[in-house]
Design a protein around this ligand. Sequence first.
Ligand code: ATP
Length: 314
Amino acid sequence: MSEQTLIAVKHLSRYYGGLCAVNNISFEVKRGQILGFLGANGAGKSTTMQMLAGALAPTTGEITIAGYDLLDHPLQAKSAVGYLPEQPPLYKDMLVEEYLTFCARLHHIPRKEIDEAVDRAIELCGLESVYQRLIGNLSKGFQQRVGIAQAIIHSPAVVILDEPTVGLDPIQMREIRHLITELGQEHSVILSTHILPEVQAVCNQVQIIHQGQLLFSDTIEGLFAQIKGQSLQIGLHRPPTLSTFKHIMGVEEVEQIDDNHVRIWHQPETNPAEDIVIKSVAGNWGLFELIPEQQSLEQIFVNLTTEEELEEAA
Ligand code: ATP
């Protein structure tokens, strides 16, 4: 897979009057990456995406799409982007096929290539059963697929999807996530969400934005590696007193879960598992379970965003 950088963002900021919605963020997205852009309500996701799509001017900073500076070469840069805004731009009184043909014309797809482009988008987005129906009569999930189809009609290198699964039922959500994974094979995708498991299910890169600032940017594995193995759940038939665990090297805190289970917290670099097994055998504690626990993405998100707030308050 080529390591070509398709989106390069440098020192990007956007103010709305005195409010700083996006504060000096820089990042890159390479070909083949599916980047999850995570943040709570009002974090600055939509503002960033609108700027990437060329729909909103930055206050300061640079955006380069597929090698073209968005401000200096807007036509070339924008033609490399497909964008699904938070509110999909659908004409509800048009048929699906008619609307996609219209979108193909807007993107200046040559007349003789339009049918092929529309057919391709219909197939990729699973719209075969509804392409002759009125958009307004489709379910929310199918309307969202039409929104994605208009974003990819011109085969852009980069696809930007702003909260693509919001308001969908769990089945529709799963189908759209599957579609996004397929899109990621041909396009680079940025999707914004505040649904944490969505990032886990679909993305290979993750960025966390909080109050306009980028707090985290890495692979999804990098995110989990950061916090892996900080606690162990231990099952014992004959547990010793809690203070016994505190004397084992690396143990930072002990929590009683129930009569036969304790949770032990430790630093990632000092895992006390081996010592616990040795001491358990020597002390006849009846060890029957030792499970390294992984924090959920939700926990990591809360930790990262509250750490930031604590630092600010200090
Ligand atoms: P959500 O998940 O709720 O969509 P978001 O992460 O997409 O949130 P943005 O919509 O980018 O966040 O908003 C970032 C901040 O900028 C918020 O405080 C919001 O109120 C403010 N904001 C967004 N658009 C405008 C606007 N047109 N005028 C003034 N303030 C705005």
